[in-house]
Write a protein that binds this ligand. Structure first.
Ligand SMILES: O=P(O)(O)OP(=O)(O)OP(=O)(O)OC[C@H]1O[C@@H](n2cnc3c(O)ncnc32)[C@H](O)[C@@H]1O
Ligand SMILES: [Mg+2]
Length: 211
């Protein structure tokens, strides 16, 4: 069976495909589709955004879909960036970063480090909500995963994506970007949520292990 991994984020796509690689399914990406629709993420929670993405993509492409909404919540910033994690550099909270010579991820990280300058409490966590939705069989499942950690003082490492160069997982003295991908997938919010989803999909007979 085919499942569309409906994300525009290459880093997420890479990790989702690797974590689900032991399933007997063909994982498609938006690049395999004839045309790409844009789903506006205007909801207040990861769950609502993930449901919106999964249902809109599934109903448009008439395929079972896995979509997720995720982000970083920082305690000293009242939980920001949260659902604004992808575009944190461009929102009013904490001021905008306009340096067009930087990538979106670099602008997000620069803004976060600036807002945490001098702050003792650097605790934070990655959160994701993953949604599987099959419009034909009317099967909808969602799972979530959390990865506790703290924000480092400067970007380190070249692996992963997004906030990984400044996110130090609990129990580690390295950033997520300094860990090999398989290590990140074992401890990340995405790995936890997708492994829960895998278990449920196998349990209800939607997928099997082994390809
Ligand atoms: O919505 P889609 O198309 O899936 O792609 P996106 O990048 O916009 O994804 P989100 O809306 O879920 O925003 C998640 C942002 O949170 C950050 N993020 C999520 N998971 C991460 C991870 O594992 N490592 C580093 N940053 C992460 C990163 O900046 C993402 O852009
Ligand atoms: Mg998004």
């Amino acid at each position: 069976m085919k499942i569309l991994v409906a994300t525009t984020n290459e880093g997420k796509l890479r990790e989702i495909k690797s974590i689900l690689s032991d399933l007997d399914v063909e994982l498609l990406s938006l690049k395999d589709m004839d045309n790409i629709i844009d789903v506006e993420e205007d909801r207040k929670t990861f769950l609502e955004n993930a449901i919106k993405k999964a249902t809109q993509y599934a109903n448009f492409y008439k395929l079972p879909v896995i979509a997720e909404d995720s982000g970083l919540e920082v305690d000293a910033l009242e939980g920001y960036p949260g659902v604004y994690s992808a575009r944190f550099y461009s929102i009013d909270y904490g001021g905008k970063v306009e340096d067009e010579s930087l990538s979106k991820d670099e602008k997000n990280n620069l803004k976060l480090l600036k807002l945490l300058e001098g702050k003792q409490n650097r605790k934070g966590r990655y959160k994701t909500v993953v949604v599987y939705y099959d419009p034909e069989k009317a099967v909808g499942i969602w799972t979530e995963g959390v990865c506790e950690g703290e924000i480092g003082k400067k970007p380190e490492g070249s692996g992963g994506f997004g906030y990984d160069p400044i996110f130090i997982p609990e129990g580690y003295d390295k950033t997520m970007a300094q860990l090999p991908p398989e290590e990140k997938n074992k401890i990340s919010h995405r790995g936890k949520a997708l492994n829960k989803l895998k278990e449920l999909l196998i349990k209800i007979g939607v997928v099997k292990v082994g390809n």
